[in-house]
Design a binder for this molecule. Sequence first.
Ligand code: NAD
Ligand code: WQD
Length: 340
Amino acid sequence: MPATVLVVGGAGFIGSHTCVELLQHGYEVVVVDDLSNSSPHSLERVAKIADTAVPVLYVMDIRDRSALSEVFRAHPIEAVIHFAAKKAVGESVGMPVEYYDNNVGGTTALVSAMREHGVRRLVFSSSCSVYGNAVKVPLTERDPVAPTNPYASSKWLCEQILTDVCRRVPGMNVLNLRYFNPVGAHPSGLLGEDPRGVPVNLMPYMSRVAHGRLARLRVFGDDYPTVDGTGVRDYVHVMDVAEGHRVALQHLDDEAGMRTFNLGTGVGSSVLQLIAAFEDATGRRIPYDVTDRRPGDVAALVADPTAVNRAWNWSTSRDLAAMCRDAWHFQSRNLAGYAD
Ligand code: NAD
Ligand code: WQD
């Protein structure tokens, strides 16, 4: 019998790609998602790529404790991957209570259900945003955290809660993964990032400019102390992030308690470098204007991935060209996202 993994938030961007990776490696997948930021069609695409049945989907909010308990009762769940969260930084500033309620309240509800049902293995989605205004790059897991918005604070609070739970609950093993900037899509063009409304993040915005659905890209500031003045980030292919979760499942029992790892490539790219890579990979021109800095942005965030490389003997393998090509492939084949 393959192991059964509960993927919470599994219909979303990273969750759906992770479902493909797990199904292709023989895991049984059960998904819980309230579809507040995703479409059930993503799981149909998952099944098509993996050539399996569509994973069981429970459409529910994880804060619904009795419904969540039913899910644990109905399946022999051995491990949980927790992707479910609200993730828009700007929005979180305007609605902090909703962000703490959903992200922190969702995590405590999930951990309670796990404890009640004797499930002790969890992979948690954290974020490079917990590092805040990094004083130097690349960042190791030992560098200080300093969240600068409610979204990032909600992730940091979850990390602290999980640390305390691991101290208290014998046998509880948590892998806390701080992703940097996941982008790209499954190379099939069937699965990708399908944000609602106008995208706020660079890669999905740029893909829509390339397609002509948005007129021009705004480059937020060219006066940062970086290679060309524009913001530097560690873009990581979503299939590497998905693969990282599959590998994480194999390492959950390596050590007891809570362990934190950066999930990035270790390579920083500026906005202008990403535009150039996108143009090279797709043959499309990206018209842009340089505008003021976006409030709250930092100059550079780049992972030092040494810890995860050593612990799992694993590293990311897809480059910026693949990220751009695959993001564009999905965008050009799915003009209206999964609604197509
Ligand atoms: P996403 O919005 O595509 O996926 C999250 C999923 O969780 C969505 O399908 C949403 O409907 C669901 N969800 C949210 N709240 C829920 C709730 N209370 N109950 C049930 N389902 C709920 O986001 P993503 O990009 O796939 O991100 C996955 C995780 O990774 C999130 O926790 C996010 O904070 C974290 N993360 C994302 C990035 C990024 O740039 N995408 C970077 C770092 C960390
Ligand atoms: C990347 C770079 C912008 C849009 C976000 C979250 C973070 C984490 C990862 C969840 C920056 C510039 C952007 C545009 C631009 N997510 N930019 N024009 O802000 O690094 O990180 O995703 O945990 O918490 O904040 O990603 O893609 O928005 O920006 O010039 O239209 O592109 O200034 O330098 P960010 P992003």
